[in-house]
Write a protein that binds this ligand. Structure first.
Ligand SMILES: *Cc1c(COP(=O)(O)O)cnc(C)c1O
Length: 465
């Protein structure tokens, strides 16, 4: 008799064991108060040696496997035509199904080139919620991003199983308003980062495909988190229960025309990315342009060894056992925090826990940066480093110069892959709980230095009294 895997009583335990450990420095409360002050209350500006559990990002922070490290020794460091490039090309073709592949130093390198080639000034790029670097490159190319994600995605309490879905009415309205000629492509992200790692369903993607095909509009896939998206499809979408993550990933990619990838996330490497496409002329333009910004089209800013580690990491990332444990750990932390009454984005997403800072700190208005404040407080409590995903990350409207005021004002606790233990997750939950109990004493922050681009990385703050 078949038993659904979710119904079985078993742990999400890891399909690997430790071979080497990295020692961490433990800090005192006083040291942390000083460190965050020196960092301008911005967790991006902390030195990592002052951090105990680093949940700033899951980008490039994963632990590589022994196979990947062995692959690093197989680097073919030729300027042109490295063996490792051909391995990467074959891996992308086999695992994702795209015909042409060009490596880049990371995701935004690919975003820059795709945006420059495909976007004309005045164009509109609809997408399922903005991502910081993706939108910026679209804007720098002269385009305007339009959010077409379903409304449920902006509501941290809504339990919709596919909060990454596109609202077809919103997309259709944009096509009617601007005309298909002004829309070079729809930017479709899988496991939407800014919504909290929320998946898009294959049914929705198929519907988007049908609508855009009718108008000759392409789909460019931000496939940074496609494996995590596939796991949710397997858990939640009818007809996919018995498919493997590998099969689901391939089906998702087959519904799109090209992709940009930050391999620093799902693909388990510390640096690397690529762009991929099925259209030969787009490939030719991209492989010419990549020479200007990244390097020759057979290395794109990477060493041979980086491409080798990426090829191996891609295959490891598509194993069901790997993703079950990866998302299992995230869910473990989320359930623990929910049991303690912490307001978090639900359903729990793929790569981290997103704390609702508006609900956590209702007495702090959004222009006093509640999520930024909360991230600083959690650091002071325990040395756990998280980051802001709210008004600071959203930036300013390029026309009016005003802050964007996003619905979601979140603190992101992002879990690196294969790095921390269940006991570390316990420490994180206990620390957030401690801050929650003392939340009434927390005041907001004042922004006193603001860089022009992607301000959340380098902005500085001072506490309000
Ligand atoms: C990280 C990320 C990017 C950008 O990739 P980098 O490798 O950081 O340049 C783009 N899209 C999504 C969804 C991401 O998570």
């Amino acid at each position: 008799m078949e038993v659904k895997s979710q119904a079985r009583k078993h742990s999400w335990a890891e399909p690997y064991k430790m071979k080497m450990v990295e020692l961490l420095k433990m800090t005192t409360h006083e040291e942390r108060v000083n460190a965050i002050r020196e960092a301008g209350y911005n967790t991006f500006l902390l030195r990592s040696r002052d951090v105990y559990i680093d949940l700033l990002t899951d980008s490039g922070t994963s632990a590589m496997s022994d196979h990947q490290w062995a692959g690093m020794m197989m680097g073919d460091e030729s300027y042109a035509g490295s063996e490792n490039f051909y391995h990467l090309e074959k891996t992308v073709q086999e695992c994702y199904g795209y015909k042409y592949v060009i490596p880049t130093h990371q995701g935004r390198g690919a975003e820059n080139i795709i945006s420059k080639i495909m976007i004309q000034p005045g164009d509109i790029i609809p997408g399922n919620m903005y991502f910081t670097t993706t939108r910026l490159h679209q804007e720098l190319a002269g385009g305007t991003f339009e959010d077409v994600i379903i409304d449920e995605a902006h509501d941290s309490k809504n339990l919709h199983p596919f909060k990454g879905n596109i609202d077809l009415n919103k997309l259709d309205a944009l096509i009617k308003k601007y005309g298909a000629k002004k829309i070079p492509y729809v930017s479709v992200a899988t496991a939407v980062n800014m919504a909290g790692g929320q998946p898009i369903s294959i049914a929705n993607l198929k519907a988007v495909r049908a609508l855009t095909e009718k108008h000759g509009i392409k789909i460019i896939h931000d496939m940074t988190r496609v494996a995590e998206n596939a796991w949710f499809v397997k858990q939640r979408e009818t007809g996919y229960e018995n498919k493997s993550v590998t099969e689901i990933v391939k089906e998702i990619c087959s519904l799109t025309d090209g992709a940009t990838m930050s391999a620093k996330k799902d693909a388990l490497v510390n640096i690397g990315g690529f762009m991929a496409m099925n259209d030969k002329s787009l490939y030719e333009e991209a492989s010419n342009m990549v020479v200007v910004y990244e390097g020759l089209h057979t290395y794109g800013g990477l060493a041979g060894r980086d491409m080798e580690a990426m090829s191996i990491g891609i295959r490891e990332s598509l194993s069901d056992d790997h993703i079950r444990a990866r998302i299992g750990q995230v869910e473990y932390l989320g359930h623990k925090m929910m049991a303690a009454g912490i307001p978090i984005v639900q359903p729990i997403g793929g790569h981290g826990i997103f704390v609702d800072a508006k609900e956590f700190l209702p007495h702090i208005s959004q222009n006093k940066f509640p999520a930024q404040t909360l991230a600083a407080e959690i650091y002071i409590d325990s040395g756990v480093r998280s980051m802001e995903r709210g008004i600071v990350s959203a930036g300013r409207n390029k026309e009016t110069g005003e802050h964007y005021f996003p619905e979601l004002e979140l603190v992101r606790l992002t879990i690196p892959r294969r790095v921390y233990t269940q006991a570390h997750m316990d420490v994180v939950s206990e620390s957030v709980e401690e801050v929650f109990l003392n939340r009434k004493n927390i005041k907001g922050l004042n922004l006193n230095f603001e860089p022009k681009y992607l301000r959340f990385f380098q902005a500085r703050f001072e506490p309000l009294h």
